[in-house]
Design a protein around this ligand. Structure first.
Ligand SMILES: [Zn+2]
Length: 394
């Protein structure tokens, strides 16, 4: 197969959640912190039942036996030059963290070429302090503002629609101007689904929906309010020339795995009023990634983000890159991880992402779809260049 050199290439991780040093951790803690879906503690934080010890052990065993997790152990074993067992890796890791956390992360990220993290500060809550995260992480941190915590805060008040709308607009405008956020994010797929009508933009809809919610009426008023506020967020992004991230496809266990399909966004994103907004389809809608790739092809300002499928769907990394590259312009595909809580997720994801990108581009050269030169350029674009363009990073 044609060899595409990627080891030396810089990486922008276009979707990740910020984290702080947690010090040394046990095997159980590391499993909880780094496993996809958040381990068993993730369920409990969301109000789930408290697990008995044997159920807990069963969940942990399952998490440790996913391809994603075994790959992370292997990558870290190579990095530390120890046996590829969780115990060996974790004791090397804990020693490195305790000796010098930032120095450890610097060596880890240098090994993968990770230079920039585009961080969704909407998770964890309460929001981490941006300056504190920057002081610990030896890479560029680009903050993204999530609208759902803002909506939740506004719903806790008893203000009427004009004030609600004013505070919503002001908070997003302030985030994008004075507070240093470089984009906006929505997880409406987790809440009321992606089937958002572009006609939700009429101010009437926001007024009526909030009024119905305040009077305790159901009837889909929460969906009408969220749909309206998503439209407004797109408008604010265009006003401030910032990109909008919309979660699509897989996510934590509470995602609606039907209403998260990117195709549900077609009506909204092809509507003339929104076509000019730069929109990143987070997770490229995996497992519906081919839908997202189609949308990036036919809609001028829709981009795909490979995160979460890479690394959490293990060897699907190849299928994701292949499926997305089939239709999306190679200039509109961005690498990402959706890492969280500990630095190791972004590390193993960048290693896996580079490997999958290199091998799929190599196949495309062999198949006569790309020249070697095109492939080398595409690798650089997918791993960092496209994200730098999308977020206007220098
Ligand atoms: Zn995420």
């Amino acid at each position: 197969m044609a060899a595409i050199e990627v080891d030396h290439l810089p990486v922008v991780d276009v979707h990740i959640h910020p984290f702080l040093n947690r010090g040394a951790v046990s095997v159980e803690e590391f499993t909880d912190l780094s496993a996809f879906g958040g381990g068993d503690r993730g369920y409990m934080e969301e109000g789930g039942i408290a697990w008995t010890d044997d159920v807990r052990a069963e969940i942990q065993r399952g998490k440790r036996n996913t391809l994603y997790f075994t790959r992370m152990v292997i990558d870290l074993a190579r990095f530390f030059d120890v046996e590829p067992t969780l115990d060996a890796v974790l004791s090397a890791r804990n020693a490195a963290v305790e000796a010098d956390y930032s120095g450890y992360v610097a060596r880890l990220y240098a090994d993968a070429g990770l230079k920039t993290l585009v961080c969704d500060f909407g998770i964890p809550l309460p929001m981490l302090d941006i300056a504190e995260v920057r002081s610990e992480l030896p890479v560029e941190v680009v903050p993204i503002f999530r609208i759902e915590p803002l909506i939740a805060d506004l719903l806790k008040t008893d203000i009427g629609w004009p004030e609600f709308r004013r505070r919503y607009d002001d908070a997003i405008a302030a985030a994008l101007t004075t507070q240093g956020f470089c984009g906006v994010k929505s997880i409406i797929a987790y809440r009321t689904g992606l089937d958002v009508s572009p006609l939700s933009r009429t101010p009437d809809q926001g007024y009526k929906a909030l009024d119905a919610i305040r009077r305790g009426l159901g009837g889909g008023s929460m969906k009408q309010l969220r749909d309206h506020l998503l439209c407004r967020a797109l408008e604010l992004c265009m006003e401030h020339d910032a990109p909008m991230q919309i979660h699509t496809g897989m996510g934590d266990f509470e995602v609606n795995l039907v209403m998260c399909r990117p195709a549900y966004l077609m009506d909204l994103l092809r509507f003339p009023a929104y076509r000019a907004c730069r929109v990143l389809l987070v997770h490229t809608g995996y497992p519906y990634h081919r839908e997202a790739a189609y949308m990036a092809n036919v809609l001028p300002r829709v981009w795909c983000d490979l995160s979460e499928g890479i690394p959490f769907a293990g060897n699907a990394a190849w299928d994701i890159v292949r499926g997305v590259a089939a239709m999306a312009p190679l200039t509109k595909i961005c690498y990402g991880s959706d890492g969280f809580k500990v630095p190791e997720i972004a590390y193993t994801s960048a290693k896996l992402g580079k490997q999958a990108v290199a091998s799929v581009l190599g196949e495309l050269v062999d198949d006569g779809m790309l020249t070697g030169l095109h492939a080398a350029e595409a690798a650089r674009s997918i791993l960092s260049g496209n994200a730098r363009e999308l977020y206007r990073l220098s």
